[in-house]
Design a protein around this ligand. Sequence first.
Ligand SMILES: NC(=O)C1=CN([C@@H]2O[C@H](COP(=O)(O)OP(=O)(O)OC[C@H]3O[C@@H](n4cnc5c(N)ncnc54)[C@H](O)[C@@H]3O)[C@@H](O)[C@H]2O)C=CC1
Ligand SMILES: O=C(CO)COP(=O)(O)O
Length: 352
Amino acid sequence: MPEQTVSVLGGGSFGTVLANIIAGNGFRVNFWMRNSELVEQVNALHENPQYLPGYSLDHKVHATDDILRAVSGSRTVFVAVPSAYFRTVVRKLKPAVSEDTILVSTTKGIEAGSFLLMSQILQQELPQSPTGVLSGPNLAGEIATRSLTGTVIASSSESVRERVREVLRSDYFRVYTNDDMFGVELGGSLKNIYAIIAGLASAMGMGQNTNSMLITRSLTEMARFGRELGADPMTFLGLAGVGDLIVTCSSSLSRNFRVGFALGQGKSLQEAVAELGQVAEGVNTLKQVKEKADQLGIYMPLASGLYKIVYEGYAVDQVISALMHGEGALDVEYEASRSKQLTGASACPTNS
Ligand SMILES: NC(=O)C1=CN([C@@H]2O[C@H](COP(=O)(O)OP(=O)(O)OC[C@H]3O[C@@H](n4cnc5c(N)ncnc54)[C@H](O)[C@@H]3O)[C@@H](O)[C@H]2O)C=CC1
Ligand SMILES: O=C(CO)COP(=O)(O)O
């Protein structure tokens, strides 16, 4: 059987571990990145010294800076570039993809202005190709050390789900499936907001009680927002929802957590982002989600509180005090959602 080719676009840490898992499964991987100097280093050293120094890459990983060559002849293309550049990058693929090319986004962000998720951008720009979304508690640094990891491939197409499982599953990477692509993708984007809050709380010396409350209330808020936008709220109970929320709210490997931590140390957003030197998608996602929640009247006290701190200059203490003294709140919102169905009333009359 001839060697099959898979493409991975984006030479950051996640693109790098994905390329290596796929190559380890016997596929040739065309690994695209913009930076031609990095291409040479990756091909010569079999390592990505900028993003994952010391992590050996399979010899079936071939880096290139030619995006059309990277995708031609490939049936499956993973896109792992930051959301701010996603549309520009995928537009370039037009001449090289067809209805036989499966396109999978791994990017956990929301387009500014349009509120489109990355799979929706794929469908706009390359409507003939079937799409999927890969999401879950997948810190690249831990995948690189072969920590046992679970991920989710979400797509309405069974053949997309099956193909991605075939390409990615391995001894240390288990692939689950979900057909609620919108919910999975939204969960992956929303959790970055709450990871920033968890990082901030950690820098303030808060303990596990606080972290636990934050994660649980964040999950409520995410599911509430998702349900209003048409996601299946049950999706948030899976790996791409609560799973990813737990890991990014608990690990300093998360860039969003680290931005929050820097904010909690009293640094400005600009300082926090500059110090990170990589993309923390939650910074933009917060803006998009706050705007959407305001437009639709969705109650999001945690996201709104963070927005006040980050974008409106409120003192952290003032925001925390308002949250802690909020009006009575339900622990589990099942009753609230049921009463909404029965009465048509707002789903979220209570405070977080
Ligand atoms: N790093 C991680 O642990 C995980 C990341 N993700 C998601 O995957 C996406 C990619 O993340 P990472 O791989 O961590 O890398 P990253 O976000 O640091 O950057 C990815 C790559 O995109 C490139 N890039 C930057 N600007 C570009 C532009 N204008 N045009 C083309 N390429 C550009 C960078 O040079 C880098 O090679 C993010 O949206 C993230 O949410 C998902 C799961 C885990
Ligand atoms: O999404 C991730 C892990 O699942 C990575 O999180 P960060 O982008 O915060 O590093």
